[in-house]
Design a protein around this ligand. Structure first.
Ligand SMILES: [Zn+2]
Ligand SMILES: [Zn+2]
Length: 255
């Protein structure tokens, strides 16, 4: 049982960290700079820890930039306010995501103007159905070997779809439930203490207020674990934080 719990939590948090640290804060927002070698190392690790549910960085970056520009309007690729349920929202998100990868949807130039990391060979390999199935087979084999009984197999779908599940929780809950510190003109919300389990990503209201600020926590009771780790990586010079605080006038909501 311990092996399964360690595997599940390890997969959850490693996948989430690289989702937040690399796909979100680097590919989409460029909150730090790093050397080409470290960029490749982060890219490779993101692929490996997301495994069967690898989200190709350039498609992720374009969609996420669209999300900020059109937050909670009809052009937002995944606003919970335009879908009946989370499943329908994710179906639509997957279609747009695939459209960018196949070239069927061409992104507006404003969403590709800023640097987007691309590693064509790894993208093709990681996105290939055989690679995804092999990862799925490896997760299943681990469970066959270590799970004390069949009930544990109910966790397997979470491993198969880890990246999209974490994205769906953030996009659905982060724009629907919780409190807001700032008036952003959208439905973005913060959730605490659950935000800690999502490593800072559920502070959507704070993040939409200052999208280039690497620290998503703004109040004393909010804690952004991903940012905390980023400060450590900055201190040992693996990355250099470049994020700017919001430079326009603060429109803090009365508490
Ligand atoms: Zn958002
Ligand atoms: Zn963002």
């Amino acid at each position: 049982m311990l092996a399964i719990l360690c595997f599940f939590l390890g997969h959850w948090f490693l996948s989430l960290f690289f989702h937040s640290f690399f796909l979100h804060r680097f590919c989409s927002h460029k909150m730090y700079t790093t050397s080409k070698n470290w960029e490749r190392a982060f890219y490779l690790t993101t692929w490996f820890v997301q495994g069967s549910s690898f989200l190709v960085p350039r498609a992720y970056g374009v969609m996420h930039r669209m999300h900020h520009t059109f937050s909670d309007t009809e052009q937002d690729p995944h606003s919970p306010h335009f879908f009946r349920d989370v499943y329908q929202m994710m179906q639509s998100t997957i279609l747009i995501f695939r459209g960018f990868l196949t070239g069927k949807n061409l992104p507006d130039a404003q969403f590709t103007a800023e640097y987007l990391p691309v590693w064509d060979k790894l993208d093709r390999f990681g996105h290939h159905i055989i690679t995804r199935l092999l990862f799925g087979a490896a997760y299943t084999a681990f469970y066959i070997y270590f799970a004390p009984n069949a009930w544990w197999f109910l966790l397997l779908p979470v491993h198969f779809l880890m990246g999209p599940i974490q994205g769906a929780i953030v996009n659905w809950c982060g724009h629907k439930y919780g409190y807001s510190n700032f008036e952003n003109g959208d439905h973005s919300k913060n959730t605490s203490p659950w935000g800690i389990l999502l490593m800072g990503e559920l502070f959507q209201n704070n993040h939409h207020y200052a999208k280039n600020d690497a620290n998503f926590a703004k109040k004393w009771f909010e804690f952004d674990l991903t940012y905390f780790i980023m400060r450590g990586l900055h201190a040992v010079r693996i990355i250099e934080l470049t994020s700017k605080k919001r430079d326009t006038v603060r429109v803090s909501k009365a508490a």
